[in-house]
Design a protein around this ligand. Structure first.
Ligand SMILES: [Zn+2]
Ligand SMILES: [Zn+2]
Length: 630
């Protein structure tokens, strides 16, 4: 095997990661938690291959996502062990690590409550005190099935039946789990563990299957890291977009149409501002706005490949005229844009052709996975498809990256880019992939963007760039994607006439930069804690007449501000002025103008969100707002 510093380590055949760590030094062997090799992770107990490049992750890699994952996955097993001891008759389902923690799903004989978590946490505490070590074994499918049947674990039996590849088990204490791993050597590195919540979850995310109880938790390599995390969590709870969305009267969700937000006037302001931004920038960057149907016959999706690959997420519709001809609501805009391109003869002189559309898409997400605005069935992407020649790919990708960077900076979020390259199962020659991957990398380089390469993570039809943003709480969100595609235009038989008078197939860049507007607004609400910047704020200025007598003169300053294009409302004097000022703070309104005996158009009392106060004339105030709106 080969170490990160390129030195080679000679080991006997079949030596494991742990053997290698021991050969390097006892300290490393003690602190090692995982082997990382070519971006994959591997259990320390597994044999290494000859010439395999290897990096050891240790307890010192306390912020590394893979190192945290193995710690948390092991913690999930400790949770299952504790629950089984405390609740005889409980059935265990699955317990993976997730971002920021882990969970385990259980089928309890009697429902448990939030208060019970303390007891379970104490039991895990005892396990940690005693110490646990994990052992791994590989057994046959039949053996595993018999074993879980004997233990009365029907969920595990089902998992064994549907599992792909070899079956492995991990045991710690008196608990054995069906698990691929990897796991820690023992529980010593788990320095801080906390159970964070309880939720219902359907078995396999399917609402027709039994509902299980999901226990969430998190774990860290140090107590300080856990404390910092809990603080961030508390802040995130305060900013929950579902709570703020209601309090700020932005939107609501209803069982009448699950996963499809109802936008209230305030929310619609934010929506339209983002739409305006999208339109303005698309225009400036040479995109053409188009509009394509919501409903297509199923043949269209057969051609596009969505029927084969995405059918489970589509809503099907029938017409009263024909039962043979089935329709479906579009889950993506691509088929419509392909048909639009194919509706006319195209020449190389027409390219690049950039079609932009933000129409409504429907995706049949499972009810159990819906989550506020973050996971919806009614999706509105800031979508576009760029039809271009091979030579134009780099320039077009550059344009998308430039657009994305502009947008993310506008919202004060840090952007992170990932370049996903050819997967094992792919179409097209290696030369072709060499060319397209190099074009994407060149565009990233030219835009001076640092990025991470995700080997093998591209779609089978082309490489892609994933765009992530980090919000003020340090949470990373996958936003848009820039995807190169040579296949869909072929499937639709699209061509353009080249300078050589021969018909060529265009390339297509699928790109959405903010992702879905629904989800993006959800993220923005949490990122800003509901205190939108001036240009996005549903109400930008609230005028508060102190008493009835001030209502009329106060209204006289409203009109010119509205004419200047600002969103201004008036807080009627039905409550005390103190109460109304407090309400404006809760409504997170950027500017409040209090109008009493001493105020006039020459001298207004302005209160800024966040505490600033000033005396300004109407003209001065209007001039200030004009600079903020720009
Ligand atoms: Zn596991
Ligand atoms: Zn597309």
């Amino acid at each position: 095997m080969i170490l990160p510093d390129q030195t080679e380590l000679e080991l006997p055949e079949g030596a494991t990661g742990l053997d290698a760590a021991r050969a390097i030094g006892p300290k490393l062997a003690e602190q090692a938690v995982l082997v990382r090799t070519d971006g994959r992770v591997q259990d320390l107990r597994l044999p290494l291959e000859d010439g395999q490049p290897v990096r050891f992750l240790t307890t010192r890699d306390k912020d590394d996502p893979d190192a945290l994952s193995v710690l948390r996955h092991s913690s999930a097993h400790l949770l299952a062990e504790a629950v089984r001891r405390l609740y005889p008759g409980v059935k265990v389902a699955i317990g993976p690590p997730i971002e920021n923690g882990f969970y385990y799903d259980f089928d309890f004989p009697e429902p448990i409550r939030e208060e019970d978590l303390e007891r379970i946490e104490a039991e895990i505490g005892r396990e940690l005190e005693e110490g646990r070590a994990w052992s791994r074994e590989e057994i046959s499918r039949e053996e595993a099935k018999a074993r879980f049947e004997a233990e009365g674990e029907p969920y595990k039996v089902e998992l064994v039946e549907t599992a792909e590849g070899d079956i492995s088990l991990y045991t710690q204490g008196d608990f054995t789990d069906l698990c691929r791993g990897p796991h820690l050597q023992d529980s010593k590195p788990i320095k801080a563990l906390k159970l964070t919540g309880l939720a219902g979850a359907y078995w396999r995310g399917d609402s027709t299957k039994p509902q299980l109880t999901r226990i969430y938790g998190t774990a860290f390599y140090s107590k300080q890291d856990l404390d910092a995390h809990l603080e961030r969590l508390e802040e995130a709870r305060k900013r929950d977009h579902r709570v703020l969305g209601q309090r700020l009267d932005l939107f609501h969700l209803s069982e009448h149409s699950p996963g499809s937000p109802f936008w209230h006037p305030n929310g619609m302001v934010v929506w339209n501002e983002l739409e305006d931004l999208r339109r303005r920038e698309n225009l400036a960057r040479g995109y053409s706005e188009v509009k394509t149907p919501l409903l297509y016959d199923v043949d269209t999706y057969v051609t596009s490949g969505h029927y084969e690959n995405y059918r489970d997420n589509m809503f099907f519709v029938t017409s009263k005229e024909s039962t043979e001809r089935q329709f479906a609501l579009k889950p993506m805009n691509c088929p419509g844009h392909m048909l639009l391109f194919g509706s006319d003869l195209r020449s190389y002189r027409d390219l690049p052709l950039r079609f932009a559309e933000s129409s409504t898409l429907h995706r049949d997400e499972l009810a159990g996975t819906l989550h506020g605005l973050l996971r919806v069935r009614h999706v509105t992407q800031d979508d576009a498809h760029i039809f271009c020649t091979r030579e134009q790919i780099e320039e077009e990708i550059f344009g998308c990256l430039d657009f994305a960077s502009y947008l993310y900076a506008l919202f004060g979020m840090e952007a992170r880019f990932e370049l996903s390259t050819r997967p094992e199962k792919k179409v097209g020659t290696d030369e072709e992939w060499d060319f397209t991957e190099a074009a994407l990398a060149a565009a990233l380089g030219r835009r001076e963007i640092e990025y991470v390469v995700m080997p093998g993570e591209g779609a089978f039809y082309g490489p892609k760039i994933d765009l992530h943003m980090t919000d003020v709480l340090g949470r990373s969100w996958q936003m848009g994607t820039i995807q190169l595609d040579a296949i869909m235009p072929q499937r639709f038989g699209l061509t353009y006439q080249g300078a050589d008078n021969i018909e060529h197939t265009p390339y297509v860049v699928h790109r959405a930069l903010l992702g879905s507007l629904e989800r993006f607004i959800g993220i923005l609400i949490e990122h800003y804690g509901g205190a939108f910047p001036f240009w996005l704020a549903p109400v930008q200025v609230r005028v508060l007449p102190v008493g009835e007598a001030h209502l009329e003169p106060a209204l006289r300053i409203v009109a010119p501000l509205r004419e200047a294009g600002h969103r201004v409302d008036v807080g009627q004097p039905t409550e005390t002025i103190g109460k109304r000022i407090r309400q404006a703070e809760l409504d997170k309104i950027p500017f409040v103008v209090v109008y009493g005996d001493r105020e006039s158009a020459e001298s207004l009392a302005i209160r800024e969100r966040g505490g600033g106060q000033s005396q300004e004339s109407l003209a001065e105030f209007a001039a200030r707002l004009a600079t903020l709106a720009a």
